[in-house]
Structure formats: C-alpha cells, structure tokens
Design a protein around this ligand. Sequence first.
Ligand code: PLP
Length: 451
Amino acid sequence: MNQRPNSLHAADIAYTMHPYTNMRLHEEKGPMIMSHGDGAKVYDTEGKEYYEALAGLWSVAVGFSENRLADVAYEQLKKLPYYHTFAHKSHEPSIRLAEKLVEMTPEGLNKVFFTNSGSEANDTVVKMVWFLNNGLGRPEKKKFLSRNKAYHGITIASGSLTGLPANQKDFDLPAIPVTHLTTPHYWKFAEEGETEEQFTARLLKELEDTILAEGPETIGAFIGEPVMGAGGVMVPPEGYWPGVAEICKKYDILLVADEVINGFGRTGKPFGCERFGFTPDILVTSKQLTSSYMPLAAIVVNDKVYDAIADNTAKLGTFGHGFTGSGHPVACAVGLENLKIIEEKDLMGNAERLEPMFQDGLRKFADHPLVGEVRGVGLIAGVELAKNRDTREAFEPAGSMAAKVVALCAEEGLIVRNVYETVAFCPPLIVTEDDLTEILARFGRALDRAL
Ligand code: PLP
C-alpha cells in the first residue's frame, strides 16, 4: 500500500515498531488498520469485512462485540480502577476469578497466581520451580524440558522454553538451562514406515533417556502445550501425553500444561489436558481467559507446588515476585464475566458440537495440490502446505506459500495466520455453522487462487 501523507497509514509507518514484523517490509507495505468488530467479524478502516478465523491471536472466544465485557470493565473502572495484590492486599474481582478458575480447572489444581501475559506467566513458572526446589534443598533440580516448535512466550525465560528459531536467533536465547525434545507431530516427524504407536514410543524413550542422561535430580519440570499452537498447530500422537505424565511422575519432575491457547474449550474439552488424558501440576492460561479484552494470565497449581512455595516464603519472609498488574481488578472483572458468558452460552459445548463440521470441512482440502496435511481438534486447526505431500517437501522459500495463501484469504475477507508452512485456524468460540460454512468457502477460493 502506498504511503499517504497525513493518514493513519503514514503515521503508523512513521511512529510505530510492530511486534513480529519485518520492519523494512512494513515501511513499504504499511499496516492493515482495524476499525471495529462485530461477532466473529472485524472491519478495517476502509470498511472491508473479514471473518476473524484466528480469533485475533487465538484468543477472542466471545467475539468482537461483547458489550457485557465493556459494561463490567466500565463499572469496575468507576468502583475500584486499580489496586494491587501484594503483601496481603486483595479485592473482590481477583478473589472471585481465582475461585472460578479453581472450580473450572481439573481436580487438584487449587491455587491461582495472576500475571499480565502468557510470557510473564511462563517466566513466573520457571521462577516458581527454581524457588520451590531451592526451598526443598535441591538447588540442582532446575532444568526444563520442552519441545522443538513449542511456543511459551518471548521473555528471557519463556523465550528460552520456546523452541522456534525466530524467537531465539540473535536474541541470545535460550538463556536458561532447557533441553528441547522432538516435536510430537506424526505426519512431519515420524520416520519412514513408523506407525503412530511406534512414534509415540520413540518420543517417550527419548524423554526417559534424556532424563537419565542429564540426571533426574537436575530436571525441575517438563512444559508443553497439549496441542501446539504457534509452532504450527500440532496434535500429539495417541498415548503421548499419558506417557509423558507417567515418566514425569516416576522421576519427580513437575508437569506444566501451557494452556494459553488450549484453555476454555478450544480443543473440544474445557482444557487440553482433559482432551489428552493427563493432569498437570501447573496449568497456565491466558487469552480466552478474558477473550483478550484485557491482558491477563493465570497460573493454577496443585497443593504439592503451592505448599513447597508457601513453605519457602515462610522461611524467606516473602515470595519476592509479582507484577504491578498481578490480579488487576478490571482485567479480573472482565475475565470473570467472560467465563460466565462462556458458560451461559455453552461456548465450550459449541466447540465440541462444531468440531466434526469444522474439522471434516477442512479435511476436504486434504487432496488439494497445495496441501500436505490437515490436522486439528475442536475449533483449532492447521492446514500445512507442501510441494510434495508424499515426501513432505516444503515450498521454497520456507513459508512463502502459506504467506501467499494467507494474503489471498485476506483479499477474500478471511483472516487466518501463516505459521511457517501452515495456515492456522482458531475461530471465535461463538461461531455458528453458517459462519464456518463461509470461512471454509473463502479459504477454498483463496487456496485455488494460489495454484
Ligand atoms: N504460551 C502459549 C502456548 C502461547 O500461545 C502464547 C502466545 O501466543 C504464550 C504462551 C505467550 O503469551 P503472551 O503473548 O501473552 O505473552
């Protein structure tokens, strides 16, 4: 798009540095400026309508025009716009939201710590694991196990847990001790002739071998997204998660489920860990927690983790960690109302009910000449593009075809996201069958145009 002097476009180019952006390309291309939202749709400043089939950044469960969240935010801003939760201070929104999260998350997860973002939450998890192991007198039990293509955020610690080159190269990450294991994605990483069962067995053996080689006494925690999101929407092979949970238990390694994308119905069950049959010691949520109307993340921990941390705070006199915005009253009030809407409208049930239509609808593109694999569960899916489906050969340069398809989708009035070779879908949980029909039709047209 041409620069237009005195326009919002020109001002954007002149003054802003965008996250996740090739800034030199942005100077040429300029921004797509969004103006307003309506249900599952958003509109740009030129009035063009788009289905937002990534729910913003995998996050807007209730759609882009939920006035109940605006009203609750306004009421809270008038009543108590800010208060902190440091050193015994509290307020009703953070208490009620913590109570709600304990009620909604799997049995055994009983205490909640709030942060402003998923990255801060995972950074906090790293510090919790270090803090509690120091408190338990085992200061060597500090390393993390993660997976290649994991996404856990971009701060120094969470960016180290992330397993994607773009988040690490030239940022000098990883900067904490972390070992990245094989990505649990059968289509892409299975060896020639390997069955899914054998693939799972190989990954579990790799996990156990790594623990034994490094020493179980040096490994604090394993972290993973039940379904990997930003690395390309990868659904784990059968038996993977129960196997990981069993091995972690055997070697006294804490299991962290990063449910920043998966949480609150995205996978067709309330939490991804429930969909894949395991119970973590620590569960991290954000995004759909407030539908991203306000920044907020929550870490929910079991009694074992809480007690070890709490005992150490008694010894040291404090938990020397927390953010000005931890448990922000406006964010928590919005979060609580958002979860009430999710329950009242049965949006988690909606995701479960629409799963067959959505997933089968996308799988109809599996034979398309540009498509390598279609995968997903619930209302999250990835269509991986490949030059050759059988050899899994990707298009050159890397990610270029996915970027082309996503640009054509935008022309067709559909926002999806290219993550490496994959076109990712994660529509708002409020979508209807008619919305999905239209999303699939627009995607099909874009895919054909990319041929
Ligand atoms: N963890 C997961 C699984 C995520 O998908 C993300 C963001 O996409 C994060 C953590 C980081 O969250 P934030 O962008 O709020 O820092």
